[in-house]
Design a protein around this ligand. Structure first.
Ligand code: MEV
Length: 441
């Protein structure tokens, strides 16, 4: 509490901050928000790119850029997806995620790999408006002006239509039971390889304009409140799955019955218990977000849409499913993913371009498949640990380097301690003790 008051009195308001040069902004931040301005400047400047042109590209992504914020960019190899091998780029800070993905990829490589199917690619946008009159004249109006919605957006849709996409449907929805006077134009789109946010929002704003103009002509009094795409895309869904025979013992091509049963049980728990389902799905998002981020897609949109999908049946539940049927273990997930491989950052950010090249320049549909597989693999790896050894063993081993770096260990010390902890339990205390022992003369 005291800290808040202290901070509020310490900081100053600022006019025209966005108009200052980057150096002036840094000066302001360093002197107004930090206790050691020189060290603040150094911290920010050490992340600048030496290549000024490249730095400018990054500076201009957003407003008030001070520096770059690094995340590790890694790859998880050996993913066999529909008989094709992929090396999957991932951008993520959590130590165990890439290792877990690689392990899961290897595990399924000998067991037939991952299979995927696109179940739909429909995107959604809505014009939300208020109308308090009789429903019939409104319905007639929408029916009459339907062709105008299409003609008025022709300049926006021309290119998309040429490639086979565009507006799929425009439907009047009566939402008055949920909110008095609330109607919407519920519109669906096919945006092909683009995520489509700009395309959809431009179409919607034109629909809203047309709606207002035509309503005035017919003497219908309605008020458009807003027009915006929806990040809930329950018909833009991909299925990713794996399966293999169940055997009594361990083998290279099967899973053991005991493991399969415990795995299925873990999923049933996540299906029946939201506290567990949230963490279960978080693990899936470890894989999904990392690839979404590496490929320059909007992970907030994906997150919002995926979690809404996980709650679509009335309570928040597991995104993944598993069963043992006729001696076969099957594990799968249907997941909504609105992704793009053209537009947005894809041609601007050099690492995004590279990530897409590593993925063999996928279409948006291909990318949906790859991202879903990364999510499924991550969930498989997490559950495999959870129902066998527990998660901490692997997690702490991966976290070991972070701990050693924090404790200021040298490269040689790190090498020796990584070897030492191969067969020992990693904890903050044990690592500290190990380092101290090593440093004793
Ligand atoms: C940690 O980032 C993710 C897990 O908690 C997922 C899970 O519990 O299934 C390990």
């Amino acid at each position: 509490m005291d800290l808040c008051i202290f901070n509020r009195t310490m900081q100053k308001t600022v006019e025209g901050f966005s108009k200052l040069s980057k150096e002036e902004k840094i000066h302001w931040i360093a002197h107004n928000c930090t206790s050691n301005p020189e060290s603040t400047k150094k911290t920010l400047e050490q992340y600048w790119n030496n290549n000024k042109t490249l730095q400018k590209v990054h500076d201009e992504f957003i407003e008030n850029t001070l520096t770059n914020y690094y995340l590790p960019f890694a790859v998880a190899p050996n993913f066999l997806i529909n008989e094709k091998l992929y090396t999957i780029p991932m951008a993520i800070e959590e130590s165990s995620v890439v290792a877990a993905a690689s392990k899961a990829a290897k595990f399924w490589l000998n067991r037939g790999g991952f299979k995927t199917t696109i179940l739909g690619t429909e995107k959604v946008g809505q014009v939300h408006f208020m109308y308090h009159g009789e429903k019939q004249p409104l319905e007639t109006l929408i029916e009459d002006i339907l062709p105008i919605f299409y003609t008025a957006t022709e300049t926006i849709t021309l290119n998309m239509k040429r490639r086979g996409g565009g507006i799929k449907d425009i439907v009047l929805r009566d939402k008055t039971k949920a909110l008095g006077g609330y109607y919407q134009l519920h519109c669906t789109f096919e945006t092909l390889d683009a995520m489509g946010a700009n395309f959809i929002n431009s179409c919607l704003e034109q629909f809203a304009k047309t709606l207002k103009e035509e309503a005035v002509k017919k003497g219908i009094d309605l008020e458009v409140i807003m027009s915006i795409l929806s990040n809930y895309v329950p018909n833009c869904v991909v299925r990713a799955e794996v399966s293999c025979p169940v055997s009594e013992g361990k083998s290279e091509e099967t899973v053991s019955r005991n493991f399969a049963q415990r795995f299925v049980q873990a999923i049933l728990i996540a299906k029946s218990e939201p506290f567990r389902a949230v963490t279960h799905n978080k693990g899936i998002m470890n894989g999904i977000d990392a690839v979404v981020l590496a490929t320059g897609n909007d992970f907030r949109a994906v997150e919002a849409g995926v979690h809404a999908y996980a709650a679509k049946d009335g309570s928040y539940s597991s995104l993944t499913h598993a069963e043992i049927n006729d001696g076969v273990f099957r594990f799968w997930m249907d997941v909504p993913l609105a992704l793009g491989t053209v537009g947005g950052l894809t041609s601007l950010h050099p690492l995004v371009k590279l990530a897409l090249e590593i993925l063999q320049n996928p279409t948006a549909k291909d990318l949906m498949k790859i991202v879903a597989v990364a999510g499924l693999a991550q969930n498989f790896a997490a559950l495999r640990s959870l129902v066998t050894t527990g998660i901490q063993k692997g997690h702490m081993k991966m976290h070991l380097l972070n701990m050693l770096n924090q404790m200021g260990a040298s490269n040689e010390e790190k090498k020796q301690l990584v070897e030492y902890f191969k067969e020992r339990t990693v904890s903050n205390a044990s690592v500290k003790e190990g380092l101290e022992r090593l440093r004793k003369p």
